[in-house]
Design a protein around this ligand. Structure first.
Ligand SMILES: [Fe+2]
Length: 270
């Protein structure tokens, strides 16, 4: 199957961005990102193509590296803070991560990710002058596999954007929660962050992202998490696409090696 068969191009004419409907789509994406830090494109993947994409990821899930840790929401872990300060509060993170090494050249998510037409659409939707696929063979294309008890704790992303493709939702839990643009480049707004931690029902937005949805998210300034997954027969499966403004971006060998030190889900089950 080619990307043109996988993506609903009638609803999302990303292959014709000079048309009126194409321009409108880009403008709507930019507006959503500006206002909400998030742009969801439901049914981006044609319903008929989803089962095969899900099956491919399920077959790879035993290769997923098991991530299970507690961490603070901030990447820079410096300074001494009071125990109840947002920088001191740790959040549990647990999920499986399939690295690109294990995703074959013929995998449908790789065909979608590698389609230059999609990259150009993402570039325009993000309003970037240039945009390239990450060149990292390990982390350019990854997938998250989450089962009962898994979750991703409150955090900011270290990269500007995260582009994701929801393949399968859990039967219970696993909702995406976020506080759009809660901080700025110059103001961490710790009081507002503390309120989100204490009472996310009131101070965060909650989304159940349907399977097939392509999502652009500005996560560097928007606090976010994935709520714990409850009892579920179906795993929550999300593909993550990595881009960079310059060509040739790779992650450090030390970082990649640290990821690969974790056990694989298949080893844990054995
Ligand atoms: Fe994130």
């Amino acid at each position: 199957m080619s990307p043109t068969q996988l993506i609903d191009l009638e609803r999302y004419p990303i292959d014709d961005l000079t048309s009126e409907s194409g321009k409108r789509l880009v403008a709507e994406c930019r507006q959503a990102l500006d206002e909400d830090a998030l742009c969801m494109l439901p049914e981006f993947i044609r319903t008929g193509a989803l089962p095969r994409m899900i099956r491919e990821i399920e077959e790879l899930s035993c290769n997923a590296y098991a991530f299970d840790t507690v961490r603070i929401a901030y990447d820079d872990d410096t300074g001494v803070w009071p125990d109840d300060h947002p920088r001191s509060i740790a959040h549990r993170c647990r999920y499986g991560q399939i690295l690109g090494d294990d995703v074959g050249a013929d995998a449908l998510i790789r065909k979608v990710y590698g389609w230059p037409t999609l990259t150009e659409f993402v570039r325009q939707a993000l309003g970037e002058d240039t945009l390239h696929l990450s060149a990292c063979p390990h982390l350019a294309l990854t997938a998250q596999v989450s089962g009962p008890g898994d979750r991703n704790g409150w955090h900011y992303d270290t990269n500007d954007y995260v582009i994701s493709l929801m393949l399968q939702a859990a039967d219970c839990g696993g909702e995406f929660e976020y506080a759009p643009y809660i901080r700025s480049q110059t103001d961490e707004k710790y009081d507002a962050v503390a309120k989100v931690f204490e009472d996310p029902d009131q101070y965060a937005r909650r989304l159940l992202i349907p399977p097939g949805t392509f999502t652009l998210f500005k996560g560097d300034l928007s606090l976010h998490r994935v709520r714990p997954i409850g009892e579920t027969a179906r795993k929550r499966l999300v593909a993550l696409f990595s881009y960079h403004h310059a060509p040739g971006q790779v992650f450090s060998p030390d970082y990649v090696a640290s990821l690969k030190q974790r056990p694989r889900l298949g080893e844990l089950r054995a």
